[in-house]
Design a protein around this ligand. Structure first.
Ligand code: TYD
Ligand code: MG
Length: 455
């Protein structure tokens, strides 16, 4: 038999290398390659004549058991999941350390348990006493959650196998789990993959909903094993700025529902509180209108959220390299918008420092924010406030045109409901905007004229 080859696995992306290198050739991370035990390959040749078992094909329209979801008892969590926990599904919950994953899951576990479901909460990071202390602080100590501190997957599965299948199993976190099926320290790609595989197989066989907590690396992907994202049914990410109160639960992948719904929470003294109506959360306290501030009607899933975009422009004495800093938006997109404003509207930002901030720790990904950002920038540059009570939305092309965006009428309706009497956006939606106060902006240069003329 040939001597098994050494293999080196990148702990960040899971790619394979034949020899050790300082940098992973696939993801470019440094010092992430680690030697792992060789995989046993039996025979690469397939025998078409037989040897295997025949599998049975099934029609697509075969009537199966209807999908019954179980509520987590937290409406915002259910909403982000697409309606609740699906039995037998595996959910990966990612998020920065300290963002509140353990808190949210403990609250959900307690609610499910109070609702009569059997819940197992296994912490590999904290001692049972620590989890109990937190439950006490959250006022949930009375909930009949089965709590344990363990890291051995074999022990966990043996325990689960000896009891009726629970409705929900929470594993906090998958990086601390250790499977004895495979060599290696906990947290390595192969360990995480093997542990997750065994736990997911249990969940599928027994119809238990399984939540795995996964740590997030500094670039925002779920730590190390991106491979895990392929194995689970739902990938969720819990986001927010730790210094801000608000947290957003987003699903990135969902085999059982839409991925555009979010759950909004506020971290308070007694854990995470649901924020049922988030549309006004991300507006700063509105007093007098200031230059450089524009309100953008964003859409999250099916819900509109009004967000304030703030721009600050500082003119520099000639010579120094101006800074551009962005919080809550894409810096590449800001560079593009500045270039369009320079090339198509004749504005000059080259000797100015540009700072852009999305209020409330919110992260914007909607391309419809372009026009609002442009309005904030022009308003800051001209040092003139935008008209009071106005909202701005539309996508800006490289040619400087304002393009139509999705859900225009929903955005307008929400803005009107919250007392914004004026809206500026793409021309294509003008007929949808019932009533007065809608200004169609076809070209970015029109916006510049408008901001400068209005004030
Ligand atoms: P935690 O759930 O431990 O975060 P994660 O599991 O994602 O690492 O949450 C930790 C933070 O939440 C902690 O820094 C304090 C804050 N917190 C509150 O503000 N109020 C509370 O009631 C609880 C339980 C935590
Ligand atoms: Mg935790």
């Amino acid at each position: 038999m040939a001597k098994p080859k050494r293999r080196y696995v990148c702990q960040a992306c899971g790619s394979l290398a034949q020899r050790w290198q300082g940098q992973c050739a696939d993801c470019g991370e440094w010092n992430t390659l680690a030697e792992e035990a060789p995989e046993t390959v039996f025979s690469a040749k397939h025998d078409l004549s037989g040897g295997g078992r025949k599998i049975a094909f099934e029609p697509l329209d075969k009537a199966g058991a209807p999908l019954v979801r179980r509520s987590t008892g937290i409406a915002e969590f259910d909403r982000a999941l697409g309606g609740g926990l699906v039995p037998g599904s595996a959910i990966l919950m990612g998020g920065d350390p300290g963002i509140g994953k353990s808190t949210l899951l403990l609250q959900a576990a307690a609610r499910v348990a109070q609702g009569g479901g059997e819940v197992v909460y296994i912490s590999g990071e904290e001692a049972a006493g620590q989890v109990r202390l937190r439950a006490e602080r959250l006022g949930l100590a009375g909930a009949p959650v089965r709590l344990a501190s363990a890291t051995s997957v074999r022990d966990i599965l043996t325990t689960l196998g000896g009891m009726a299948a629970p409705a929900l199993v929470v594993i906090d976190s998958i990086q601390t789990m250790h499977s004895d099926q495979i060599e290696g320290a906990p947290g390595t790609v192969s360990q995480v993959r093997a542990s997750a595989f065994e736990l997911i197989r249990y969940a599928k066989e027994c119809g238990t909903a399984l939540v795995l907590v996964g740590h997030v690396t500094k670039d925002g992907s779920i730590a190390g094993p991106r491979v895990l994202e392929h194995m689970v049914d739902v990938v969720m990410s819990f986001e927010g700025e730790r210094s801000h109160q608000y947290r957003i639960l987003r699903s990135i992948k969902n085999r059982f529902g839409p991925v555009d719904e979010i759950g909004v929470f506020a971290m308070a003294g007694a854990g995470l509180e649901e924020v049922g109506n988030p549309s006004l959360l991300f507006l700063s306290q509105r007093g007098e209108t200031v230059a450089g501030s524009a309100v953008f009607p964003a859409i999250e899933g099916t819900r509109p959220v009004l967000v304030e975009i703030q721009a600050l422009i500082v003119r520099l004495a000639s010579g120094a390299t101006p800074r551009r800093a962005v919080v809550g938006w894409d810096s590449g997109r800001l560079a593009m918008l500045l270039a369009v404003l320079e090339a198509r509207c004749g504005l000059n930002f080259s000797s100015c420092e540009v700072y852009l901030n999305v209020a409330g720790g919110y992260r914007l990904a909607d391309p419809a924010a372009d026009l609002a950002v442009a309005a904030a920038l022009v308003s800051a540059l001209a040092d003139r406030p935008l008209p009071e009570g106005s909202v701005w939305f539309g996508e800006v092309s490289l040619a400087g045109e304002v393009r139509p965006v999705a859900h225009a009428s929903l955005r307008l309706r929400e803005a009107a409901k919250l007392g914004f009497g004026e809206a500026c956006g793409p021309a294509e939606v003008a007929h949808e905007a019932l009533g007065k106060g809608y200004n169609a902006i076809t070209m970015l240069s029109k916006l510049v004229d408008r901001v400068i003329a209005e004030a």
